[in-house]
Ligand binder design. Structure first.
Ligand code: SAM
Length: 229
């Protein structure tokens, strides 16, 4: 399952990558028996829907980037990418403690350097000057609608850096024009593709951050919900 997923995502197969991936998947399945981390539990579907889907992103991530995965859940795409890209410095953010506990222990089990899990909310990290305008790249899969995701994730990206939102078939860019303008982002590209050997239509929405985040963003979640950009 692992080798097939790597090959389909055009990732070079190495014994170390295969070893770490198997270790990660076995650990995920074991912890998932008692802690609800993912609804996907069979090897074949973990291979396609989680690993392969995450790995498809790797050609878009520049070498040696500092990367934050916003709403990483059980580590997708951030931890899966770190396994195949040791050059990346990876921060996995999630607002649910049991998920970041799992991510922290997975990082230790796999003996990954330059990787960490943070328990917190993106909109709060975006107001913390250790993280604001900080990362080369932010990635996020299945977190929220694009206009809101822009407000959560773009403040964490440094000017000149990228946000890549992993999305499905629907084009959410028309309703994101205002958010892009307010948050100083520019839509670079929407890459549409089908997950190889499945019928899942997927897309990457690639946004370049042009300037530092204006001081009023990100707002508190209550304000974001009440009046989304
Ligand atoms: N990215 C993973 C994936 O694709 O499998 C998880 C997706 S899950 C549907 C969304 C995750 O985002 C959840 O783990 C949730 O706790 C987290 N999340 C939602 N809002 C967040 C926020 N404001 N800050 C940090 N994490 C958040």
């Amino acid at each position: 399952m692992v080798v097939k997923a790597l090959e389909r995502a055009c990732v070079e197969v190495s014994p170390e990558i295969v070893r770490r991936t198997i270790l990660f998947v076995d650990y995920l399945k074991k912890v998932n028996e008692t802690v609800n981390l993912t609804a996907i539990t069979d090897d074949e579907t973990i291979g396609t829907r989680h690993l392969q889907d995450s790995w498809m992103l790797h050609p878009y991530i520049p070498e040696r980037s500092t990367m934050i995965d916003v709403g990483s859940g059980a580590g997708f795409p951030g931890l899966a990418l770190k396994i195949i890209r040791p050059d990346l410095d990876v921060t996995l953010l999630d607002s649910v403690r049991k998920k970041t506990d799992f991510l922290e222990s997975a990082i230790a089990l796999l003996d990954l350097r330059h990787a960490r899990a943070i328990h917190g909310r993106a909109e709060e990290l975006g107001r913390d000057y250790s993280y604001r305008d900080h990362f080369d790249i932010a990635v996020a899969r299945a977190v929220t609608a694009l206009p809101t995701l822009l407000e959560l994730a773009l403040p964490l990206v440094k000017p000149g850096g990228l946000l890549i939102a992993m999305k499905g078939r629907d084009d959410e860019t028309p309703e994101s024009v205002r958010a892009l303008e307010q948050l100083k982002g520019r839509l670079e590209e929407v890459v549409s593709y089908e997950l190889p050997d499945t019928d899942h239509a997927r897309s990457f929405v690639i946004v370049r951050k042009l300037l530092p985040t204006p001081s009023r963003y990100p707002r508190r979640m209550a304000a974001i919900k009440k009046n989304p950009l």
